[in-house]
Design a protein around this ligand. Sequence first.
Ligand SMILES: *Cc1c(COP(=O)(O)O)cnc(C)c1O
Length: 421
Amino acid sequence: MDHFTYKDGRLHAEDIDLDAVANAVGTPFYCYSVRTLQRHYRVFKAAFEGLDNLVCYAVKANSNQAVLKVLADAGAGADVVSIGELKRALKAGIAPSKIVFAGVGKTTEEMQAAIEAGICQFNVESEPELNVLSEVAVSMGQVAPVSVRVNPDVDAKTHAKISTGNAENKFGISWGQVPGIYARIAALPGVEAVGVDMHIGSQLTDLEPLKLAFTKLVGLVKQLRSDGHDIRNIDLGGGLGIPYDPAEETPPSPNAYGALVREQLAGIDARIILEPGRLIAGNAGVLVSKVVYIKEGDARRFVILDAAMNDLMRPAMYGAYHAIVPLKEPVGDTPSWVADYVGPVCESSDTFAEQRLGHALVSGDLVALKSAGAYSAVMANSYNSRALVPEVMVMGNKFTVIRPREEVDAIIAKDIVPDWL
Ligand SMILES: *Cc1c(COP(=O)(O)O)cnc(C)c1O
């Protein structure tokens, strides 16, 4: 459930008319709802009530400081994948003891920063990384807490580009190598095994692959414990899907997911770490855009928006679905208009929706691309010399620009022409 609803015929974010925001900041812009972020966090957290658990929000989904502050205040920890995200999480007030560090290519600089901060654990993804972490920790006179990201080799049944838990993926350590790497941790100075970690993919709409993976993981934990390793944390990763297209997707509820975790991990005494990203932020944001032109082609009708693939890459990158709704509530007739929704960038992949059924639009109308709170503003870039669009946060009847629109002149000013030209 989110707080983007029609009131008096206009789409609102909580109590704010999105038209008023458009008038204030221009289009396109991202808008996030605080109450929706808080609600999603609360509902997810409640699904694990009574279990020893730590919810580490996956910062890569949306790393704006204001978003992180909302989640930090709600009690969330953070799952970070770079020194930049580590700094963002710390700056937003997330306790280092609630931060886990993931990623296949951690550098020594990143390891140093995370050890210095005193994070909860490193999720280690290879033996070379483990060796370097050991050296770095020893050189600092510290011991780094380690969980190994294991690859359970299950098919997550999600989009290939966001599937991470089978043997062909770059992520995690393959099942057969796991006992050996824990033996290696025990033998190395400067590292200490504190848990196990997995993350099989994103936008999972079926619990079966998770059930399979959890079963394997529990067997592994028992084996590692009998080998003498002190496995205190079980990190189950993120990945629970959200309804982008409610007619097509019915992802399991946080409660159903929580029930699966309880059932599968019953009797295993450990702290459960969870890393939701999309589930918290995805439906807490929209991208508002203006219709520039309607172009009636021979074969198709095109709605040309002022937002483009550089602002929101998910459709071009993953073929992702975003609902597109007008800010002015449609009345009366059922949708009968079919159109392609495209941006102005010079790429055919700059298409938000193809042959989408909707209500008729005219140039100047405003639309919202929904479910744009996660993996959206964070992936934006300046292709075609388009300035990054602003981000706005709403709570109740208040709104604030939480990242201003970039200026094209400022982008150009970053270029350096050599004085020998
Ligand atoms: C991306 C990622 C997450 C978050 O995934 P969501 O699908 O957004 O919940 C969690 N853990 C790891 C290791 C990730 O790479």
